[in-house]
Design a protein around this ligand. Structure first.
Ligand code: AHR
Length: 695
């Protein structure tokens, strides 16, 4: 599918405008008619550079996976982010499986004289033994002594820095309960200032709840608050146990539990792949705290959760291995599973003892790909996905190349996986860009976090790498430090230039993704990030928006192009590429020219297109997309989310010879629609030969 620039920018704005994130016709019209976008005007005294492109050149097809995403559980990206679960610490296990465990952010409603709460190992779930015991000392019927306060006593959970409860929306609330009392339990969403947003009274019959039972209700919010809490209260004296409390909006992305606005933002990037779930998160500081796939699948009640000791927060693992595979499918991306290879930041399992780890990973692959009658394929099917997930890439660890036993362990995984799954491509942690690897691999992982100027110059990193051997996977790149702040225009321009460099080298670079993808603004563990959110808002940093310039590159043809200027004009700060993309739904071709002006001087860009007749240019399907801002360090924010976002205008002058202004410090894309009709006989011959070249 091909997405035009205006639609994509419009979609984001509509997402910002509508709570549901639905891309409505009215919104489209509003954006299309908006006068906000004004084309940059040409300046007669600014230097002109000419870019020559032959659009009928066969070019070189770029990988369909070239630009994708890296999702890591960092900054509450999943837990308290993309995973729409509103309750934090649903099983009261955040302090581990011994008691007293940590039950925060749950807290007590009522005074010490009215209620006592504490953790106990009395859960019905053997993989999650801790439950919360609530002892109510007050009673509504006790007129004289210890009468409960209005609303009752019990416990409340504020979620992840407040729950986003929207009037009219529905929330599925589930929890497990045990008590031999007959009583009324109030289940409510309460606003930050104490107003009841919605309330359901559950009548509990003591006889049937002596043993644990699951309660499940749907609450419809009557009013809105972005910082609400879930409360469970009663006014009846007695002992109560609760466990595994969940509150999910019923409206999630594709119905799979992903927060809609956040998932839409990443789907809008048309990612070719999704690398997950880390990052250092996969390694752990200690192996005991590393992410382990088998603990993150199956019923949520029996997922033990774990403390991610690299980014220092507890995760209930609602977003687990299955959810990563499901998300990849839902956003149309190829899944890339990064697994732990027996190495954490501090420990390395010796190769002689790595066998069980290899077996664990083979079973993880069986979970993704095995038939429904296989042990782990059956678990996947039970979770609602009988069809295998197309897992074709796995990464053996993260940033572990120089750690003890990496090569030995890698080889054990490599041999076992290739034997059972010869079509799976393996990704090594060792950098193959400087010389040949000393072990077999299909791809090698390459991470770069650096200054803006350095990343700008690194657009040439792969110009001279060997074209034989494994392909490069630039799975983490970003400008960091003073040049980026929490997401600056400057950083995004350097990244844009770097990505053009990757396009030009896409015969050897197969994949690239920015890192990290998400940050919950309430718990920034890493700066900068592509998408910033809180309980109810979200915006893209300039680094997010630059990725939109590359979303039509996956699988497109890179065309040779030449830049010319008169001798007095420096081209040192200009980086360009030209690609021909095909829109399968309309059948049309598009010529997309990108240019980063990393310098302080504006330029006029003169585009000269050959190999196509003038009547094939379709001005109504041609757009100019420009990202720039008044200040180099400008950032977006919750109060001004669209400060540094692409401006889209129609390219009314679309044709074989056209000029466009390229402001200082900007990235520009010209997307020119080319009609399929009226092709000259010569073009038909050229395109036919291009197709046969690909067969
Ligand atoms: O993206 C943040 C971290 O940077 C990743 O977890 C790690 O792979 C890298 O060091």
């Amino acid at each position: 599918m091909f997405t035009n620039m205006r639609t994509l920018v419009a979609r984001h704005r509509c997402v910002l405008l509508t709570a549901a994130g639905t891309f409505g016709l009215l919104c489209l019209l509003a954006v299309a008619l908006s006068s906000r976008f004004s084309a940059p005007s040409l300046n007669q005294i600014t230097p002109t550079v000419t870019l020559e492109v032959n659009v009928s050149d066969p070019g070189r097809q770029m990988p369909a996976t070239l630009f994708g995403l890296f999702f890591e559980e960092i900054n509450h990206a999943g837990s308290g982010g993309l995973w729409a679960e509103l309750v934090q610490n649903r099983g009261f296990e955040a302090g581990g499986q011994d008691t007293p465990s940590i039950f925060e952010p749950w807290y007590k409603i009522g005074s010490d004289a009215q209620v006592i709460i504490g953790t106990e190992r009395s859960s019905p779930f053997n993989r999650n033994p801790v439950a919360l015991k609530i002892t109510v000392l007050c009673d509504n019927g006790d007129e004289n002594n210890n009468k409960c306060p209005k609303g009752g006593v019990g416990t409340a959970n504020p979620g992840f820095w407040g729950m986003n409860i929207i009037a009219g929306s529905k929330y599925q609330v589930e929890f497990w309960l045990r008590s031999s009392n007959t009583f009324n339990l109030s289940v409510a969403f309460i606003s930050a200032n104490g107003a009841v947003l919605t309330l359901e009274i559950v009548s509990v019959d003591g006889k049937s709840n002596r043993d644990w039972s699951k309660q499940s209700i749907v609450l419809t919010a009557k009013s809105t608050d972005h910082y609400a809490r879930l409360s469970l209260t009663t006014g009846t004296k007695g002992e109560y146990w609760i466990d595994q409390v969940s509150a999910m909006p019923t409206d999630t992305f594709k119905g799979h539990g992903f927060r809609k606005e956040l998932a839409t933002m990443i789907a809008d990037l048309k990612p070719g792949f999704l690398r997950f779930p880390g990052g250092c998160y996969v390694e752990g500081v200690r192996l005991a705290n590393a992410f382990r796939w088998r603990d993150s699948v199956g019923d949520y009640e029996n997922r033990p959760g774990h403390y991610g000791d690299v980014w220092n927060y507890w995760s209930d693992d609602g977003f687990g291995y299955f959810e990563g595979l499901q998300l990849a499918e839902d956003i149309g991306a190829a899944p890339i599973w990064v697994f732990n290879n027996g190495i954490s930041h501090w420990e390395s399992v010796p190769t002689a003892e790595i066998g069980p780890w290899v077996q664990d990973v083979l079973e993880g692959i069986e979970f993704a790909r095995g038939p429904v009658n296989s042990t782990w394929g059956a678990v996947r099917a039970q979770m609602g996905h009988p069809d295998p997930f197309p897992l074709l890439y796995v990464a053996v660890g993260n940033e572990d190349c120089e750690k003890p036993y990496y090569r030995g362990n890698y080889m054990e995984f490599y041999k076992a996986i290739k034997l059972m799954y010869p079509d799976i491509e393996l990704i090594s942690n060792c950098d193959g860009s400087r010389g040949p690897l000393d072990h077999p691999a299909d791809l090698y992982d390459y991470h770069i976090y650096t200054t803006a100027n350095n990343l700008f110059s690194m657009r040439h990193s792969f110009d001279r790498t060997s074209r034989v051997g494994p392909k490069a996977f630039v799975s983490e790149y970003a400008v960091v430090g003073a040049d980026s702040g929490t997401g600056s225009l400057l950083a995004s321009l350097a990244e844009g230039a770097f990505l053009i460099g990757l396009e030009l080298n896409s015969d050897i670079v197969e994949m690239a993704s920015y890192a990290p993808l998400f940050v919950n603004a309430n718990d920034r563990r890493w700066n900068p990030d592509a998408i910033v959110f809180n309980s109810w808002q979200q915006y893209g940093t300039p680094s997010y928006w630059v990725q939109h310039f590359f979303k039509n590159s996956n699988g497109a043809d890179l065309l040779p192009s030449t830049v010319k200027a008169d001798s007095s004009t420096s081209l040192a700060m200009l980086v360009t590429s030209a690609v021909r993309a095909h829109n399968t739904s309309s059948g049309s071709d598009y010529l997309i020219v990108k240019a980063v002006n990393y310098g302080s001087n504006p330029l006029n860009l003169n585009l000269e297109v050959s190999g196509v007749s003038a009547n094939r240019f379709n001005a109504t399907e041609s757009y100019i997309m420009l990202l720039t801002s008044a200040g180099l360090m400008d950032e977006n924010s919750f109060t001004n989310p669209a400060k540094v976002t692409p401006q889209v205008t129609k390219a009314t002058n679309a044709g074989p010879s056209m000029e466009v202004a390229l402001p200082a410090y900007s990235i520009l894309a010209l997307q020119l629609g080319l009609n399929t009709i009226n092709r000259s006989a010569e073009e038909v011959v050229q395109i036919t030969s291009r197709k046969s070249l690909r067969q």
